[in-house]
Ligand binder design. Sequence first.
Ligand code: NAP
Length: 286
Amino acid sequence: MTSGKLYRAGLLGENISNSLSPYLHKILADNKGINLDYGIYDGIKNINDYVSEVRNGGYVGFNVTKPYKESFFDFVDEVDSSARRIGAVNVLALKNNKVIAYNTDFIGIYQALKRNGVEIKGKAIVVLGAGGAARSAVYAGAKYGASKIVIVNRTYENAKKISCDMESFSESSFECFTYDDFRRNNIYDDFILINATSVGMRGFLEESILDKELIKGASFFMDMIYSPFETESIKFANKNGLKNINGVDMLFFQGIRTFEIWTGMEFSAKEEDAAYKDFRDFCNKR
Ligand code: NAP
């Protein structure tokens, strides 16, 4: 049974026609018994128009993805502290008549790992990449108590910039490497390895970012990519006996937390479990 009110939301980005977010939000809305119309807005013209839609209640909010994650800072009334520290926004919503920008990607990473029995607290994490997704992963490490955060990136300066931005409020220790330097200096043990690069993404570079030297000492691998579900990196991890997950769970958990912000409807643990199973079933059938 769905209630009468129609909630409207959407995704702002580019080349997003294959996004799973409309399906995810439909599952969440069905589980809560509400009507939610979730649109895809591929290529936006005037940023202010979307902020106004949230302000005047036409939309409960938007998800924001590449290349607009940094575009909204100067247009909203407030940026929450996590989004400011990460430097990227993936959610717009109205709270107390103010349009607020949030980041739920970092929560998605933390909860995806937790759901799969992996705790960040006290562990070393090695993040491959230094773009927006990597910033969320590093922030998750810093916020949830990683003992060490290692950022490995093709362009060393981009990795260094993240550690400079995040070191000041974190108790974790930071190190940055290029790939070859990391291979030479990989002395770490029992670490969580996260691919936050676009390598492996459908239509980009459908290769494995992993090799034997990179995974040496890793106890768990998370590939943030979910298209395809089974990247070459996931295949490599499977072949080498490294436990792993793809980006589906991260997508789910950032999505459910976003839905709660938009609607004010919280999911109990049991309800979250049911929605999670529905979304996994949907993904398994694709
Ligand atoms: P981005 O800002 O464009 O960053 C891409 C990163 O990949 C950069 O650090 C770049 O290195 C690196 N890279 C690109 N080509 C490379 C190559 N050939 N070799 C080595 N490194 C390379 O992208 P993003 O927004 O952070 O997204 C990254 C990935 O996360 C995407 O695949 C996206 O689908 C995924 N993601 C998933 C979720 C989810 O919910 N599951 C959410 C957000 C993002 P340089 O710095 O050297 O250029």
